[in-house]
Design a protein around this ligand. Structure first.
Ligand code: KG4
Ligand code: ZN
Length: 343
């Protein structure tokens, strides 16, 4: 079954053609440069760019997959969570294609896409990775930070989530203060590597010892801000690497502590990790050690493009909806849900 999947939840106009877990094509128009100068994603700019690009991206995805819309069996689209006016563009296009070409429609939760990103395969069917439920899923992006019990296909239970800032957002905000531009995650990773990821400032890690799976990063952000403001301008520049590294360590320590607690509370030790922050190789290393200490394994998105937003992961999740015959019954009933939750 061939699926054409669309994701316009944030600032990437993304379309993929998938078949089961295999990706036949994945095309992404990144709007990063349009938003960079504003230090974050501007919804109205995102919407306009999605509208301008969506038709071209759909066409390119079909061409790259060497297929035609007539040969597609279903259309899948992200209907939340995300920016309302950005989501709308993808949903409208998906409905239009479904109607015009008489295809069934599947609505997918963007976060389940990030979970399934760990199981996406290339066109040759690699990596193989059989499912062995249950998993503990750690989802870490610019908008989300959550721990989810992935019980079976399309079946989830949220165990813990952010109370304030998301982990990627915390990194971006600290990076902004340090003048690193947007998104700051990759720059912080590089700076931290240059001082061997050492942690000389030992910033506060809110809730780290509390027996809760909720995440909080706003106290860390504030502590970092005050600390930075008290430094001399020379030190602010001279200590840039250590500031970045210590901040990153505080965020990652928190992610690791909560993941470990969730493993112990649930007895589920197999991990999957999705979202933009898992592009970080140092974090991957820490998570590998955590899994190994529990005689377990951790899956990351197997290809770099799958860490960020993409439609391939939406198409792969949609394959399981199709398997369970869960299509949208009436096109008009699918609406954007900006705060859509898993469960
Ligand atoms: O999943 P994503 O591309 O978009 C959202 O849905 O939010 O995640 C973007 C986030 C940003 O906060 C960015 O700073 C972070 O992922 N990020 C990283 C790295 N690459 C991207 N964080 C840490 N290390 C990285 N290498
Ligand atoms: Zn995302």
């Amino acid at each position: 079954m061939k699926i054409l999947a669309i994701d316009t939840s944030c600032d990437e106009t993304s379309v993929a053609v998938t078949e089961g877990r295999r990706v036949l094509s994945s095309v992404l128009f990144s709007q990063l440069l349009m938003h960079k100068q504003w230090g974050g994603v501007v919804p109205s700019i995102a919407r306009r760019n999605h509208q301008e690009r969506i038709d071209g991206v759909v066409q390119e995805a079909l061409t790259k997959a060497k297929t035609k819309i007539e040969e597609i069996d279903a259309i899948a689209v992200t209907y939340g969570p995300g920016l309302a006016i950005a989501l709308e563009v993808g949903i409208l296009k998906a409905k239009e294609l479904a109607q015009k070409h008489n295809k069934p429609l599947i609505g997918v939760n963007h976060m389940e896409g990030h979970i399934y990103s760990c199981f996406v395969q290339n066109s040759q069917g690699n990596p193989v990775r059989e499912f062995e439920f249950p998993y503990l899923a750690l989802l870490i992006s610019g908008g989300h930070t959550e721990l989810v019990l992935f019980e079976n296909h399309l079946s989830y239970k949220i165990l813990g989530e952010k109370l304030d800032d998301a982990s990627g957002e915390a990194l971006d905000k600290a990076g902004r203060l340090l003048g690193l531009g947007y998104p700051a995650g990759p720059v912080i990773e590089r700076l931290a590597t240059e001082v061997n990821n050492r942690d000389i400032y030992k910033f506060t890690r809110p809730l780290i010892h509390a027996k809760t799976l909720m995440f909080s990063f706003s106290g860390l952000k504030t502590a970092f801000l005050y600390f930075f403001r008290k430094m001399t301008p020379e030190d602010q520049i001279g200590q840039l690497r250590d500031l970045a590294s210590s901040f990153q360590e505080a965020v990652f320590d928190t992610l690791l502590a909560k993941t470990k607690l969730a493993m112990e509370q649930t007895g589920v030790h197999r991990l999957v990790v999705g979202g933009g922050v898992v592009a970080n190789l140092y974090l991957r290393q820490k998570l590998r050690v955590l899994a190994k200490n529990h005689n377990s394994t951790v899956f990351f998105p197997p290809y770099k493009y799958l860490t960020g937003d993409n439609a391939a992961m939406i198409g792969v999740a949609a394959a399981y909806y199709a398997e369970q015959n869960r299509f949208v019954s009436d096109l008009s009933s699918l609406e954007r849900i900006p705060r859509l939750r898993l469960e």
